[in-house]
Design a protein around this ligand. Structure first.
Ligand code: AMP
Ligand code: GLY
Length: 421
């Protein structure tokens, strides 16, 4: 008899996670709470329970013979969903609340990095506007201002001038732009260099790195405009050498996992390191306690082993066997609502991809209305394709997008540009 799995979350990341799980011959049923209408195409069963309703999710898992639960987004992790499932005697994959703090508080993450000598941008934390302003003036722009807590990828301002930095400080510390998340801010040195995302399966001190990816955080081509949750990604990243990746695993991921164990906050789950390759090697700009979105949509394409088996082994104390495809590229482009990451409308009719010949669609902000998909969020869907070269993968994705009507939505036309010479 196959496994019954519950996935928590509703974005493109959860779509690919649920899809890879259901493709496993070891899996019989994948439920997703709440999921999104687009997932039904892949045979995923939607469950109408909110991701913060832990008692209802626990009850559902118990009553429906769920073998284990995979938690996608950070908010339930930081609400202690793993702790609650564990207390109820249920298996669930992800870090406990105390470990998820590595994403929940940038100040805490910086303390861990300082204590365990993990290379990161020089920084200081403030809750007082005048002191923060004085620090910005002393250090000078470019400089980076980050809300301490969660802000859906939007709480980071890379300021090119002192004025811009001070305006951001004022908005967060005095005007409460991000509420409690911005009551403390981290002011950080601007790092020059290529950025990449290194994700790893972590179980206490054990670290199983994934293949790397590069996201595109800015909303417009050539990395202009405000930060978003991510507008597209690709994997592998040819301009980042294997040596740099190895260095990042040894100097960043392993010491962080070990540090968390020593702190009594052992991390089990996916640890995501956002890194910049500086002249003195890779340095951390952020940690997340979960898979990245849209990185997961391209990284999991390159997994050769059975995803469900890996998670099952990690949950059951066994040694996972993890193999990655060594050849080929995967690239994904996010289609977002016009106006995102600021004000945008919902209800935009989406193209019909039912006879798509190449590539895959991962849905996020969608719902069904009169048997048609309409937009229901900022990031709506992602088109993914694989190819022998990065250019081939990129062309395949843009060919799909050019052939459909994308009115009311937009996408970056240059995803992958840094990897294509
Ligand atoms: P984060 O949400 O921390 O990943 O920040 C969003 C984006 O801001 C990153 O993807 C980087 O492009 C940029 N960023 C963050 N911190 C720094 C830094 N210290 N130096 C340069 N760029 C940064
Ligand atoms: N793609 C960035 C993130 O998931 O945080």
């Amino acid at each position: 008899m196959g496994l019954t799995i519950l996935v928590i979350g509703s974005g493109g990341r959860e779509h690919v996670i649920a899809q890879k799980l259901i493709q496993s011959p070891k899996v019989r049923t994948v439920y997703c709470a709440k999921g999104n209408a687009g997932m039904k195409n892949d045979g995923i069963t939607l469950v109408d329970i909110a991701e913060n309703d832990h008692p209802a999710l626990i009850k559902f898992a118990q009553e429906n013979g769920v073998d284990w639960t995979f938690v996608g987004p950070e908010i339930p992790l930081l609400n202690g969903i793993i702790d609650d499932f564990t207390d109820a005697g249920l298996l669930a994959f992800g870090p406990v609340k105390a470990a998820a703090e590595i994403e929940g508080s940038k100040d805490f993450a910086k303390d861990i990095m300082n204590k365990y000598q993990v290379p990161t941008a020089e920084h200081q934390t403030f809750s007082d506007f005048a002191k923060a302003q004085a620090y910005v003036v002393k250090k000078g722009a470019p400089i980076v201002i980050k809300a301490d807590g969660l802000a859906a990828g939007k709480g980071v301002v890379v300021a090119q001038t002192d004025e811009e930095a001070i305006k951001a400080l004022k908005e967060m510390l005095e005007k409460n732009k991000f509420g409690a998340s911005g009551a403390k801010v981290v002011v950080e040195e601007f790092l020059f260099g290529e950025e990449f995302s290194l994700l790893a399966f972590v179980r206490g001190q054990e670290v199983y790195p994934m293949v790397i990816a590069q996201d595109h955080k800015r909303v417009y081509e050539n990395d202009l405009g405000p930060n978003t949750g991510g507008m597209g990604a690709y994997s592998p990243v040819p301009q980042i050498s294997d040596e740099i990746v190895k260095e990042a695993i040894e100097t960043i991921v392993k010491p962080t996992a070990k540090g968390m164990v020593e702190e009594g906050r052992a991390f089990t789950g996916v640890l995501y390191a956002g890194l910049i390759v500086t002249e003195s090697g890779p340095k951390v700009i952020e940690f997340n306690a979960r898979f990245g979105d849209p990185e997961t949509q391209v990284v999991l394409q390159r997994l050769e082993s059975d995803f469900a088996q890996i998670i099952d082994d990690l949950l059951k104390g066994k040694e996972p066997q993890i193999k990655w495809k060594q050849n080929g590229y995967s690239l994904g482009v996010v289609v977002a609502a016009e106006g995102y990451p600021n004000f945008y409308r919902r209800g935009c009719q989406l193209p019909d991809f039912s006879d798509l010949e190449t590539g895959q669609i991962y849905y996020a902000g969608v719902k069904e209305e009169n048997a048609q998909f309409v937009s229901n969020g900022g990031r709506i869907y992602l088109v993914e394709s694989s190819g022998k070269t990065l250019k081939e993968a990129q062309k395949a994705v843009y060919d799909v997008l050019k052939a459909v009507d994308t009115k009311g939505t937009f996408y970056r036309k240059d995803i992958g540009f840094k990897g294509i010479k």
